[in-house]
Design a protein around this ligand. Structure first.
Ligand code: IPM
Ligand code: MG
Length: 354
């Protein structure tokens, strides 16, 4: 029996998770999957109820699970700079606890959404790339602090990477490139950062083990520009934590909306699946959120953690057909399309699945 921990979190995390579970239940029945799930607290909701963004109960729940589904965390309620405990700490803590070092963020240009893209059609047609972001190192986990020196307020964050942290991530990226179009772009800032120079060395060492992969290196600033100028050149991109955070939001525009972007975070134990978008508190609870990133994250889970390729593909195809019908939440709406709420879009996906 496959055990799933479900952590809806905050804001639209609650509703997109609820809807993703409906799709999972439909798929479970159709493909006769042996799967159970249990709900847990994370983020702001966990702070409110227990005083800890990643409480003990949730730590135990995820440790006993085969995979985790997470909605989103954060919101203005817990945002003030004076607050010592923040929802985002829950997310970082679960990434660290499960050693989820490789964050996979696929971005594809949906032909159904191409007309409304801020990019020219011919630039983004056929774009299908995968960002492999390191997730448990770098500035997110380095030493940080504030101090007053000679009456001046100062703050610092540090970026640190060990060779092994880089190597295990890079291996994942090379392997995934091998299953795709066999092209890997390593993104760094080796003209400035020492961590990037080590990164590049390790990438070059590993490249010797993957002769079938075409490798190139880009500085992160250039990569940001190339993602706009010629995104079709990319297959797999491998990069460190902060660069991957920024580049994946940027790349999401190529896919139509951040609301379309699923993700998987993998380590040596249970993997975690979550939509890339945040908790969007401004639209929470209004039936406005795009549920497709969460639904596509379920598809990633079925493929990676359960090896249910058929079910994963069925979800992705159902999403494609619903977009084809012109159904759209606000973030992907364009003139001539039918504007629907979250639940109507999910119902349409489920109908297509059945
Ligand atoms: C993401 C998010 C998180 C991050 C935040 C919510 C901590 O932006 O998953 O990309 O910065 O990693
Ligand atoms: Mg981000």
């Amino acid at each position: 029996m496959f055990k799933l921990a479900v952590l809806p979190g905050d804001g639209i995390g609650q509703e997109v998770t609820e809807h993703a579970l409906k799709v999972l239940t439909a798929v479970k029945t159709k493909y006769d999957l042996a799967l159970t799930y249990r709900l847990g607290l994370i983020g702001g909701k966990a702070i409110d109820e227990i005083g800890d963004p990643f409480p003990q109960e949730t730590q135990e729940l995820v440790a006993q699970s085969d995979a985790v589904f997470l909605g989103a965390v954060g919101g203005p309620k817990w945002d003030s700079p004076e607050k010592k405990v923040r929802p985002e700490q829950g997310l970082l803590a679960i990434r660290k606890a499960l050693r989820l070092y490789a964050n996979l963020r696929p971005v594809q240009c949906w032909p159904q959404l191409i007309e409304q893209s801020p990019f020219k059609k011919e630039k983004i047609e056929g774009v299908n790339l995968l960002i492999v972001r390191e997730l448990t190192g770098g500035a997110y986990f380095g030493a940080r602090g504030t101090e007053i020196k000679n009456g001046e307020r100062k703050a610092f964050d540090t970026i640190e990477y060990s060779a092994e942290e880089i190597r295990r991530l890079v291996k994942v990226a090379f392997k995934l490139a091998g299953q795709r179009r066999k092209k890997l772009t390593s993104v760094d800032k080796a003209n400035i950062l020492e961590t990037s120079r080590l990164w590049r060395k390790i990438v070059l060492e590993e490249a010797a083990n993957y002769p079938e992969i075409t490798l190139n290196h880009l500085y992160v600033d250039n990569c940001a520009m190339q993602l706009c100028l010629n995104p079709g050149q990319f297959d797999v991109l491998a990069t460190e934590n902060t660069f991957g955070d920024i580049l994946s939001d940027q790349a999401s525009v190529l896919g139509g909306s951040l609301g379309m972007l699923p993700s998987a975070s993998i380590g040596d134990g249970p993997a975690l699946y979550e939509p890339v978008h945040g908790s969007a508190p401004d639209i929470a609870g209004q039936n406005k959120a795009n549920p497709l990133a969460a639904i596509l994250s379920v598809a990633m889970m079925l493929r990676i953690s359960l090896s249910c390729f058929e079910a994963a593909l069925a979800i992705e195809k159902a999403v494609g057909r619903v977009l084809e019908q012109g159904l759209r939440t606000a973030d992907i709406w364009a003139p001539g399309c039918i504007r629907v709420g979250t639940s109507a879009l999910v119902d349409a996906v489920i109908k297509e699945l059945n």
